[in-house]
Every structure is written in structure tokens, then in C-alpha cells.
Design a protein around this ligand. Structure first.
Ligand SMILES: *[C@@H]1O[C@H](CO)[C@@H](O)[C@H](O)[C@H]1NC(C)=O
Ligand SMILES: *[C@@H]1O[C@H](CO)[C@@H](O)[C@H](O)[C@H]1NC(C)=O
Ligand SMILES: *[C@@H]1O[C@H](CO)[C@@H](O)[C@H](O)[C@H]1NC(C)=O
Ligand SMILES: *[C@@H]1O[C@H](CO)[C@@H](O)[C@H](O)[C@H]1NC(C)=O
Ligand SMILES: *[C@@H]1O[C@H](CO)[C@@H](O)[C@H](O)[C@H]1NC(C)=O
Ligand SMILES: *[C@@H]1O[C@H](CO)[C@@H](O)[C@H](O)[C@H]1NC(C)=O
Length: 357
């Protein structure tokens, strides 16, 4: 191809992408496909830096025929529907706990590759490492690590003013064993110190990881997830009034219509939207396709349009009235799925779409 033709094609392509993103109106309760992530990816975290930029942090990506924990961080620009690579995370991490406070991105622990164990294909263990990233200069800076005994990944994270709250999570993930914590800790971004909560708020009612969290009007919601293994899915909603922590955690009367773990979700207005997950004994690939919203004003659930491309092992982030869901797994991890006679145990996806609320 001639250079000039290539330039024209590229220009056309980028124009086309922009117009695609801008012209497609967001009809309520529909799915809209966006530019795929540059690499298939799962077990990452997703967060909005601001109203135009979404960050995807860590996770696992394919390395040849296998996959490995990654330090890749990518930003998605909503107006142009394009991706770009940013400074990698200071350590390779999956299931990272992340938050944005005052325009800065906090990476608080997560799971890292642990020592190799004979005959155990995966051994991911908790990291205590904490860093803050400044998008203005694309630089990471070290923070006080998580106190001994509180390090974990896959926690339920919520931001309340200067505080980042972490509820539950896990310290080890192996193919046949994973734990599930109940502890709640908080990082104070002003003092740079970790804090414990009053005794009544120091633990959620039962161990949880791989679920959805949100803080709406001073109440921290810990939704769904699982207790130890992939199949022990849970449909509970735990809640804590952060302005009255001494009153402790409560369990909402509103249970998820379909209890799920490995799901993703985020809040728009007074509702928390939840999507997908794994641990479904009734589907061939082990996935849930459900979209369900929890109304925090009525404490009731509503079923919505299922995921167009069901996934687990991703995070969702709401910007405006859209909930963005980058990547994830297309089948339950480690579950043998036969395609054309070949057995597949994982299926990482670069698919990126958004649910229009
Ligand atoms: C690992 O698996 C092999 C083959 O199944 C077996 O012979 C060996 O004893 C196992 N090793 C350990 C440490 O369990
Ligand atoms: C959002 O953050 C990105 C990354 O730092 C930056 O490039 C962009 O200008 C910001 N947008 C707004 C509207 O502040
Ligand atoms: C961390 O806690 C473990 C037990 O949970 C203990 O064995 C270890 O010595 C502690 N490490 C430090 C640095 O305090
Ligand atoms: C966070 O730390 C600052 C500085 O030490 C302190 O003034 C503030 O009260 C702390 N915030 C909370 C919610 O504990
Ligand atoms: C969602 O999953 C359920 C159960 O696995 C299945 O019966 C249903 O057809 C799926 N719906 C869509 C729209 O894929
Ligand atoms: C991954 O999932 C896609 C979509 O379901 C399917 O077309 C593909 O065959 C799968 N690949 C593997 C290796 O499982």
C-alpha cells in the first residue's frame, strides 16, 4: 500500500471511529459495542479518572498460549473511542483494589504471582504494596503498605470523601482453594495512613470477595460475590452507614434475584447495576448473563436486559448514564468447555461494551 493511501485510510478509520462513538445514541436498556481493549484481558480493575477517561489496571493477559499477571495500564478516551498505554503499575497485579480520590488513582494491594507449588497451576497471593498515580504526569509514587495481616485482593472498594474503604477480599487464589475475608479497613488519603473501623463496622457479616460495591449517599453497599470457591455464589446486600459506623453492618432485605460471584457493576443515581459473573451450574460455559439493578431507595431488585456478551472477571464503571465493561472472561475459569472437540479452560476477551441505563 502506498504511504499516502495508508495515511488516508488511517485518517478515515479514526474519523469513522469518532463518528461511530458519537453518533450512536444511547437508547435506555441497550448494549453498545466500543473499541476492543488492545489486548484480551481479565481479572483487572476499571475506574473513571474523570468524565472522559477510564483506566484499566493490571489483570491477566495472554502470553503465547498461556497467560500471566500483568502491569499493563491502559486509558480509554470516551470521546474518541480510543485506547492508549500509560505508565505500567509498579508491580504485576491481578484483582487489584483501586480508587480515584481527588483526581489521583490509588492502587491498594491486590493479588500477585506467589511461589510455585508442585502440581498447582496457579498460586496468586495477596500483596501489601500501595501506590498512588498522578494522571497529569503519568507517574506512580509509593504509599504506606497495607498493615500486616490486612493485605488482600478482590476487595469491595468504596470512596467517601478523603477515605478509601476496603471490605472483604481474599489472600490466596488457587484452582482448588481460595479464601474469603470479612475484614474492613480504610486508607486515609490525607494522612497517608491505614485506619481500622469501630468494632461494629470492622467486619462484614460474612466473608466475601469477587462482588460489587458502591457508596451512595454515605452508605457503603457490598453486593453479591462469593464465599470461598467459585460455586459458592451469594446474593446478599450488606450495608454500612459511614456517618454512623458504630451502628454496624446491616443485611438488606433485598436479595439478588440470581446470586452471583465474579460479577461486575456500578451505581448510576440511586441504583447499583450488576452484570454477569461465573459459577452458574446451569450454563455450558459456567457464566451468568444477568443484568440486575438494586434500588437503594426501595431496597428492591429489578431484572434488566441480559449482557449481550456475558462475561465474568472484569470491573464495570459508570460515567454519566452508561456503565462501561471492558474485557473479562468468556467462560468460567478452569471449567472444561469443549469447542470443536478441543477442551478449553480459559477464554480471555478484549470485548468492550457499555450498558445504557
Ligand atoms: C504431581 O502429579 C504427578 C502426576 O499426577 C504425581 O505423580 C506427583 O506425585 C504429584 N506431585 C505432588 C507433589 O503432588
Ligand atoms: C481526564 O483525564 C485525562 C487523563 O489524565 C486527561 O487527558 C483529560 O484531559 C481529562 N479530561 C478532563 C475533561 O479533565
Ligand atoms: C505478619 O503476621 C504474621 C502472622 O499473621 C507473622 O507471622 C509475621 O511475623 C508478621 N510480620 C511482621 C513483619 O510483623
Ligand atoms: C484523615 O486524616 C486527617 C489527617 O490526619 C485527619 O484530620 C482526618 O480526620 C482523617 N479522616 C478520617 C475520616 O478519619
Ligand atoms: C441467559 O442465560 C439463561 C440461562 O443460562 C438462558 O436461558 C437465556 O437464554 C440467556 N439469555 C440471553 C439473552 O442470552
Ligand atoms: C472464546 O469464546 C468465543 C466466543 O464465545 C468463541 O468464539 C471462541 O471459540 C472461544 N475460544 C476458545 C479458545 O475457547
Amino acid at each position: 500500500m502506498l504511504v499516502s493511501q495508508a495515511i488516508i485510510s488511517l485518517a478515515f478509520l479514526s474519523l469513522f471511529r469518532i463518528s461511530t462513538a458519537k453518533s450512536q445514541a444511547c437508547k435506555p436498556n441497550t448494549w453498545l459495542n466500543l473499541a476492543p481493549i488492545p489486548t484480551p484481558r481479565q481479572e483487572h480493575s476499571t475506574i473513571a479518572i474523570n468524565d472522559t477517561t477510564i483506566a484499566v489496571i493490571g489483570g491477566i493477559i495472554p502470553i503465547g498460549n498461556i497467560f500471566d499477571t500483568t502491569d499493563v495500564m491502559q486509558f480509554y478516551d470516551i470521546p474518541s473511542n480510543t485506547w492508549r498505554n500509560m505508565a505500567p503499575t509498579p508491580y504485576k497485579v491481578n484483582h487489584p483494589n483501586v480508587a480515584v480520590v481527588d483526581g489521583k488513582l490509588y492502587l491498594l494491594g491486590g493479588l500477585i504471582n506467589g511461589p510455585e507449588i508442585p502440581n498447582v497451576s496457579i498460586n496468586w497471593v495477596a500483596s501489601a504494596d500501595c501506590y498512588v498515580y498522578d494522571p497529569a504526569v503519568d507517574v506512580w509514587r509509593g504509599l504506606e503498605p497495607m498493615p500486616n495481616g490486612t493485605e488482600r485482593g478482590s476487595a469491595y472498594v468504596g470512596v467517601h470523601g478523603e477515605m478509601v474503604y476496603l471490605a472483604g477480599g481474599m489472600t490466596v487464589l488457587q484452582p482448588t482453594y481460595q479464601d474469603s475475608l470479612a475484614m474492613v479497613t480504610a486508607f486515609n488519603t490525607t494522612s497517608g495512613k491505614w485506619q481500622r473501623l469501630p468494632p461494629a463496622a470492622a467486619d462484614i457479616p460474612e466473608g466475601r470477595q469477587h462482588g460489587v460495591s458502591s457508596i451512595i449517599r454515605d452508605t457503603f453497599y457490598v453486593i453479591g460475590g462469593r464465599w470461598f470457591g467459585q460455586m459458592n455464589v451469594r446474593g446478599t446486600v450488606f450495608k454500612l452507614d459511614l456517618n454512623n459506623q458504630a451502628a454496624g453492618w446491616q443485611t438488606s432485605p433485598g436479595y439478588m434475584p440470581v446470586p452471583r460471584g465474579g460479577l461486575c457493576g456500578d451505581a448510576v443515581g440511586n441504583k447499583v447495576y450488576t452484570f454477569g459473573g461465573e459459577g452458574n451450574p446451569n450454563s455450558i460455559n459456567g457464566l451468568f448473563n444477568d443484568t440486575e439493578a438494586f434500588d437503594t431507595t426501595t431496597q428492591q431488585w429489578t431484572k434488566l436486559v441480559p449482557m449481550a456478551v456475558p462475561r465474568h472477571g472484569t470491573h464495570a464503571v459508570a460515567v454519566g448514564n452508561k456503565v462501561y465493561i471492558p474485557g473479562g472472561g468468556l467462560q468460567q475459569d478452569g471449567k472444561p468447555v469443549v469447542i470443536n472437540g478441543a477442551v478449553h479452560l480459559f477464554n480471555l476477551s478484549a470485548h468492550f461494551d457499555t450498558y445504557c441505563v
